[in-house]
Design a protein around this ligand. Structure first.
Ligand SMILES: NC(=O)c1ccc[n+]([C@@H]2O[C@H](COP(=O)([O-])OP(=O)(O)OC[C@H]3O[C@@H](n4cnc5c(N)ncnc54)[C@H](O)[C@@H]3O)[C@@H](O)[C@H]2O)c1
Length: 269
């Protein structure tokens, strides 16, 4: 084992919010991962040129064997400070099972695998979405969302979910429910688990959604108290705080980073 203490592992590290997260953790050793090896190599090269202590490995987060490779790679390099899980897809992916699997099932696969590496003061930070706050609590589907690996969970959700945007919102509610489900187990190690719910953040993901629903995106901007969309750095700064000792008593909860818009969106329903 190398001795890289306080490793920050960033999934979706080549994506919009993932890239912004790498920048705020310049003082830490980083491990960056994403779906494609090519994207990981490019991101790692760029960061090395900027003086970062960074390595990387590709991982399809829906593949248990890839996750095993990732956690072994991390364990071989040192001790875990934070898992920053930003990898995900939006409702522009029209395959409902794919959205459910990438955004929710894979999140729990990572939480389970990284629990083995967690120690006192480690933290898992999971990306949810403000849209999760538009899904009301309901025991009819919350049990399925809390147990995404159960064989009947997808079928149960399919009775409530009409399209891929809705599946995205439900899956992201599931991410929040997972923080409650796993908090005691992580807490017994002195480790924390939280989610972060961004509003519209100007990354490739949001720009694609904006192409699909331009009027909806404009309405959201106008309904935002701060009258602008978010930038990846707005989210990364909060994630930096959540990984720090200043957030040592924050666990099993969600932090909204949405410019205040979801409150106004809910009033419109
Ligand atoms: N951008 C927004 O407006 C917004 C709003 C709310 C929530 N979020 C959430 O924030 C997170 C990051 O979003 P972003 O805007 O940076 O998106 P992005 O598309 O820029 O980045 C997502 C990354 O996830 C990776 N990924 C997708 N499927 C994967 C898989 N199976 N295995 C490994 N990696 C995979 C992609 O390759 C990509 O690099 C996502 O979970 C997203 O749902 C984003």
């Amino acid at each position: 084992m190398n001795n890289r203490k306080n490793l920050i592992v960033i999934t979706g590290g080549a994506g919009g919010i993932g890239t912004a997260c790498t920048k705020v953790f310049k003082d830490y050793p980083l491990i960056l991962t994403d779906y494609s090896q090519d994207a990981v190599d490019k991101a790692v090269d760029n960061l090395k040129k900027e003086g970062f202590d960074v390595t990387g490995i590709a991982c399809d987060i829906t593949d248990k064997k890839d996750i095993e490779k990732l956690t072994k790679y991390v364990a071989d390099q040192g001790s875990l400070k934070a898992l920053v899980h930003t990898a995900g897809v939006s409702g522009t992916v029209k395959d409902l099972r794919k959205v459910y699997t990438i955004d929710l099932v894979a999140t729990e696969l990572l939480v389970d695998a990284f629990y083995e590496l967690a120690a006192k003061d480690s933290v898992a930070i999971l990306l949810s979405s403000m849209m999760a706050h538009a899904v009301p609590p309901n025991e009819k589907y919350d049990d399925a969302l809390t147990n995404p690996q159960a064989p009947d969970s997808f079928d149960i959700l399919s009775q409530f979910v009409k399209d891929s945007d809705m599946m995205y919102n439900f899956a992201k509610r599931g991410v929040q429910l997972l923080t409650h489900k796993h908090a005691d187990k992580w807490g017994a190690k002195g480790a924390r688990i939280v989610s972060v719910s961004p509003g519209v953040i100007e990354t490739a993901m949001a720009l694609k959604a904006a192409e699909e629903h331009p009027e909806r995106m404009e309405l959201i901007k106008q309904a935002t108290p701060l009258k602008r969309n978010g930038q990846p750095e707005d989210v990364a700064d909060v994630i930096h705080f959540l990984a720090s000792d200043a957030a040592r008593f924050i666990t099993s909860t969600d932090i909204l980073v949405d410019g205040g818009v979801i409150h106004n969106i809910k009033k419109m329903y």
